[in-house]
Design a protein around this ligand. Structure first.
Ligand code: T3D
Length: 263
């Protein structure tokens, strides 16, 4: 599929998806969802990719759903948004959360609505200092979707999640770091070099273990201590069987840098 709304490339075992509708702050369209689905399929399928980096082109990261696709004249049948979510946003968020490799999101500008929650579905979010995050939904009479009502209270607590969602006010990248919404904020001109460096570092790491770490931490909020201990034992059993674990121990004992194969 030739991409019109995203850029996609793979180098140094890192796949990079760049949302590419800069004139509309990279708002999601149906076409963009199709292309993201296709690109993620390529990431899943290839055994060369060991980390995924996501960013946006231009001054915005993503302004959420393109509202031109939701314009309704009086009397016109309303779009069935539940189905729209099931078809596009939900698989997208699930796809990132379940991807068995690290997903890094470099937020280069405003991240609004589903654009904000798409970013928060990544494993590590790093933002440029001028970026902002807005749970903009209630401004147009909607609720946070794309996993926002899941991620927000878990990341920043119930009080902040509620106020952000009800008030739909932007928060700066620095505030997002202070609240624990994202990992890090850097100067705008350093964003892509830092994010790429991070992605390359993770792509050279023990990929299977990273996938298992994601599984363990993503399951944690719903589990009791007993369930989580059992899950850790199950996943550590798997990690202990990988060639990377063997290499990690060997490299430690030989006092050298490990050479992980991702298996
Ligand atoms: O529908 C479903 O499937 C359910 C799922 C919904 C998920 C959602 O994401 S709902 C929320 C949708 N998003 C919004 O409501 C955000 C709308 N945008 C804004 O509020 C503002 O653009 C921002 C706060 C994000 C940024 O403001 P600012 O002043 O920096 O930029 P701007 O001038 O408003 O936008 C620049 C251009 O992008 C402008 O186009 P123009 O006038 O220059 O041709 C603007 O219309 C366009 N744009 C920005 N956001 C969207 C958009 N066009 C279409 N849809 C957008 N979401």
């Amino acid at each position: 599929m030739p991409y019109e709304t995203i850029l996609f490339d793979i180098s140094d075992r890192v796949a990079c998806i760049t949302l590419n509708r800069p004139e509309k702050l990279n708002a999601f369209t149906a076409r963009m969802h199709e292309e993201l689905h296709e690109a993620l399929k390529q990431v899943y399928a290839g055994d060369t990719v060991r980390a995924l980096l996501i960013t946006g082109n231009g001054r915005g990261f993503c302004a959420g759903q393109d509202l031109n696709e939701r314009a309704m004249s009086d009397g016109e049948a309303k779009v069935e948004l539940g189905s729209a979510l099931e078809k596009s946003y939900n698989p997208l968020v699930r796809g990132l959360r379940e991807l068995s490799m690290p997903v890094i999101c470099a937020v280069n500008g405003v991240a609004a609505g589903a654009g904000c929650n798409f970013a928060l579905a990544a494993d590590i979010v790093i933002a440029g200092r001028s970026a902002s995050f807005i749970e903009v939904f209630s401004r147009i009479g909607l609720i946070p979707d794309a996993g926002g009502t899941y991620a927000l209270p878990r990341l920043i607590g119930a009080a902040r999640a509620m106020a952000l969602s009800l008030l739909a006010e932007p928060i700066s990248a620095e505030q997002a770091v202070n609240w624990g919404l994202i990992w890090k904020c850097v100067d705008d001109d350093k964003l892509m070099s830092e994010a790429r460096e991070l992605a390359r570092r993770l792509a050279a790491g023990p990929t299977r273990a990273y996938g298992l770490i994601k599984q363990a931490l993503n399951a944690s909020p719903a589990n009791t201590l007993e369930q989580q201990l059992a899950l850790e034992a199950k996943l550590q059993r798997e990690a202990g069987r990988t060639a990377d674990f063997q290499e990690g121990v060997k490299a430690f004992l030989e006092k050298r840098t490990p050479r992980y194969q991702g298996r």
